[in-house]
Design a binder for this molecule. Structure first.
Ligand SMILES: [Zn+2]
Length: 200
C-alpha cells in the first residue's frame, strides 16, 4: 500500500470501517513509515478533537457528505511543493528561517531548529493555499463555506493544541510528529478547499 492509499484510509482505520485485509495493510505500512505514522497520530488527535466539537455544535452531516466528494479535485501547484516539504525535515539546513528559529527558541528554549524550519515552510504553504481559497470562497454558497470553514476550524484548533503541547514539552518527538501530521492535514484540507468547483 502506498502512502497516499494509507492516508486515504486513516479515518476508516480509526473508525473501524476497513475490511481486515486493508486494516492489516495499513497497520504494516505505519509500522514501517514514520511519515504515515505521524499522519495516523494526527488523525487520531484530530478525531478526538472532532468528537469534542460535535458535542458542542451538531455538524451539518448531510451537507458535508455532499461537499466531501467534490474536495478530491486535482491538486494545484504550490511554490512550496509538498514532496519537498516532506523531505524538508531531512534535508534542510537552517538559513533563511533563522529568525523564526530564534523566535521559537526564545519562547521555548529547545525547539529543534530543523523542525522549526519545516514548520515555517508549512506555514508558508498554508498562507498560499488560504489565499487561493479566499479567491474561490465568494463563488461558494454560504452553506458550503460554513461547512468548509467549520472543518478547517477543527483542524486549526487541534493544530493549536498540539503546538501548545509541544511548546510545553519541546523535546517530545511524538508531539513533534503530531504537529507535523496536523500541519499536513491542514495543508491537504486547504489544498482541496481551494480546488473546489465554483458554485456560481
Ligand atoms: Zn507512508
Amino acid at each position: 500500500m502506498t502512502c497516499d492509499q494509507v492516508r486515504d484510509r486513516l479515518d476508516g482505520f480509526l473508525g473501524s470501517a476497513l475490511d481486515p485485509a486493508e486494516r492489516s495493510a495499513v497497520t504494516r505500512h505505519v509500522a514501517e513509515c514514520a511519515e504515515c505514522r505521524a499522519d495516523l497520530e494526527a488523525a487520531r488527535f484530530l478525531a478526538d478533537r472532532t468528537a469534542g466539537l460535535r458535542r458542542d455544535i451538531p455538524p451539518p452531516a448531510d451537507l458535508w457528505a455532499g461537499i466531501a466528494p467534490r474536495l478530491a479535485a486535482p491538486r494545484r501547484r504550490l511554490s512550496v511543493p509538498l514532496g519537498w516539504l516532506a523531505a524538508a525535515a531531512v534535508l534542510l539546513v537552517v538559513g533563511s528561517s533563522a529568525v523564526t528559529v530564534a523566535v521559537l527558541r526564545r519562547s521555548t528554549g529547545a525547539i529543534d531548529p530543523v523542525f522549526a524550519t519545516t514548520e515555517a515552510r508549512y506555514q508558508q504553504a498554508a498562507l498560499e493555499l488560504d489565499d487561493l481559497y479566499q479567491r474561490v470562497r465568494d463563488s461558494l454558497t454560504p452553506d458550503t463555506r460554513l461547512v468548509l470553514e467549520r472543518n478547517l476550524a477543527v483542524i486549526e484548533r487541534a493544530l493549536g493544541e498540539a503546538r501548545s503541547a509541544l511548546r510545553a514539552d519541546p523535546a517530545n518527538r511524538t508531539l513533534e510528529a503530531i504537529v507535523v501530521g496536523a500541519w499536513r492535514r491542514k495543508i491537504e484540507f486547504l489544498e482541496r478547499a481551494a480546488s473546489i468547483e465554483r458554485e456560481s
